[in-house]
Design a protein around this ligand. Structure first.
Ligand code: FAD
Length: 495
């Protein structure tokens, strides 16, 4: 059923300077999609956010307290001077801010063209599972370090008397990579061997064992799974809210400020050294003492291109938006899951195109058409979350109903009970999330200093792993800026 779109002009939304920004927001039923149009940004990105309540609450509370408190006492003489400025308030930018706030005395500003969760982060499923990762791959060390840091964060939340489930949506679901054929099972056995060799708790489940764990699956007699019982997932928007709150607590001591709805428009560079002295947003000039980190997700490539247009710097950051749809069902009683599941094909689904351009004759993958791979879990509120799609079709975040239908069909192949339910009947209880994963050909994020542009760092291109890789990325950038020893070799990610 096509989502009806209601466009509302919100011109009474005043920013902290009392200036009314020229913006429009579009809401559509089923999902909440927020389109931001700024006079200053020719890219006019479309953003998705989880719910209007969340959005309004965030918007009302967001800027003024953190910003006013922060900008009064920021170190240095100028209220708009910061040690570190971070461009992008997705999971990558916010966790980088968190790292500097917690581990140093530096002052930090976060700038965003919109608000947190406006980009890919707001659509993220929240899987920080490891069962589909490849030991020994270039991202492996970063993935493991990041996972360790998420575990430590969940533990520290618990040690402070809070519930990680409520704080982060942290849930020990275990993760399963599910196969349907003997060929799949031989791949899965090998995967388990690799994971065990890498020191992780993984096991192969025979068909009977798999069905005992997940009775809703109906897969024939040759099925099996790679299973990591200790894996956890989180809720992306809850985790963002938690991190934001913690970051804002530093505003009172003058170390943190937020500049939201302010797209970055240019760098100001020193005449003598060519290094960055400040960034200009649509409303402010923010002076930078130590570093500016571009963490603008799939917009990072075009943003960098614009920012260095007049500089004699060559930078190729071919990050592209890779559109993804998710279907979230509230109060869905027909199917109950005990674990987080992905079909074995997810591994290729994620990495397809990483090694090729637009199509791959070997895998039959065509990036212009959608690739659908079954992922399924129950979130912290008991909602069924079904995914996921991948498409390289530009910056649009319009819902494509045909993609939702294909996600449903794919899930039905694993859970035939779904065939008894019409997707059309679920329109009132469904939420569709659409986001643009920051996809890099080669499959690795770019993390590191921008060559030839002192003080500038990049942290972008995490595709479908930004949530899982966030804390490791933040630590890596922090150590780079402060020239500390690294816990993970950053070379594979150099810009
Ligand atoms: C459907 C879906 C499911 C996913 N599931 C998972 C999962 O289970 N696990 C996982 O690890 N990952 C998952 N991901 C991937 C993950 O969501 C992304 O990798 C991650 O959110 C990227 O974060 P980011 O901060 O780099 O980018 P974003 O969240 O996109 O943030 C970029 C920010 O930059 C801002 N910006 C853009 N231009 C400018 C400008 N000119 N000036 C200032 N700010 C600007 C934007 O407003 C935006 O807020 C999923 C993604 C999708 C779409």
């Amino acid at each position: 059923m096509a989502a009806s779109v209601l466009k509302i002009a919100i011109n009474s939304n005043r920013n902290p300077n009392g200036v009314t920004p020229p913006r429009r927001f579009a809401y559509s039923s089923g999902t909440v999609k927020i389109a931001t149009f700024s006079n200053n940004s020719k890219r006019t990105p479309l953003f998705s956010c989880p719910s209007s309540n969340h959005y309004v609450r965030t918007r009302e509370n967001m800027f003024q307290p953190a910003r006013i408190a922060g900008s009064d006492r920021v170190s240095g003489s100028d209220a708009h001077t910061f040690d570190v400025v971070i461009v992008g308030a997705g999971i990558i930018g916010l966790t980088i801010a968190r790292q500097f706030l917690l581990e140093s005395n530096l002052s930090v500003a976060v700038v965003d063209a919109a608000i947190p969760c406006a980009g890919a982060t707001g659509a993220g499923q929240g899987y920080i599972w490891r069962v589909h990762k490849t030991p020994g791959s270039e991202k492996w060390e970063l993935a493991m370090r990041s996972h360790q840091l998420w575990e430590a964060l969940a533990k520290s939340i618990q040690n402070q008397g809070m519930d990680p489930l409520l704080a982060l949506g942290w849930k020990k679901t275990g993760s399963m990579l599910v196969g349907r054929t003997a060929e799949d099972c031989s791949v899965l056995r090998k995967k388990v061997e690799q994971l065990v060799e890498a020191g992780l708790g993984a096991e192969f489940l025979s068909c009977d064992d798999l069905l005992a764990e997940e009775p809703a699956l109906e897969l024939g007699e040759e099925c099996g799974a790679a299973f990591m019982p200790d894996d956890c997932q989180l809720d992306a928007r809850r985790a963002v809210a938690f991190i934001e709150k913690a970051n804002r607590s530093f505003a009172a001591e003058g170390r943190y400020a937020e500049f939201y709805y302010e797209p970055v428009t240019s760098f100001l560079r020193s005449d003598s050294s060519g290094g960055i002295e400040a960034i200009k947003t649509s409303k402010n000039t923010l002076h930078i003492k130590k570093a500016v980190v571009i963490a603008a997700g799939c917009w990072s490539g075009s943003l960098m291109h614009d920012l260095i247009r007049n500089a004699e710097i060559k930078l190729n950051l071919p990050v592209k938006p890779r559109k993804g749809h998710l279907l979230v069902l509230e109060n869905f009683k027909a199917l109950n899951l005990n674990h987080g599941l992905m079909e074995v094909g997810y591994v290729n689904h994620e990495s397809a195109v990483a090694s090729s351009t637009i199509s791959d004759s070997r895998t039959g993958f065509d990036a212009s058409t959608a690739s659908i791979s079954m992922t399924a879990t129950m979130d912290m509120s008991g909602r069924l979350v079904l995914g996921s799609s991948r498409q390289l079709v530009g910056f649009s975040t319009e819902i494509d109903e045909s993609i939702i239908a294909r996600i449903w069909e794919r899930a039905s192949e694993f859970f035939p009970i779904l065939k008894q339910v019409s997707l059309g009947d679920l329109s009132k209880s469904r939420e569709v999330r659409v986001g643009l994963r920051p996809y890099m050909p080669g499959g690795k994020p770019a993390i590191g200093p921008v060559p030839g542009l002192s003080k500038a760092f990049l942290a972008a291109g995490h595709e479908g792993e930004g949530l899982s890789l966030a804390l490791g990325t933040a630590e890596m950038i922090f150590n780079m800026v402060l020239e500390n020893p690294q816990n993970v070799n950053p070379t594979p990610f150099s810009v």
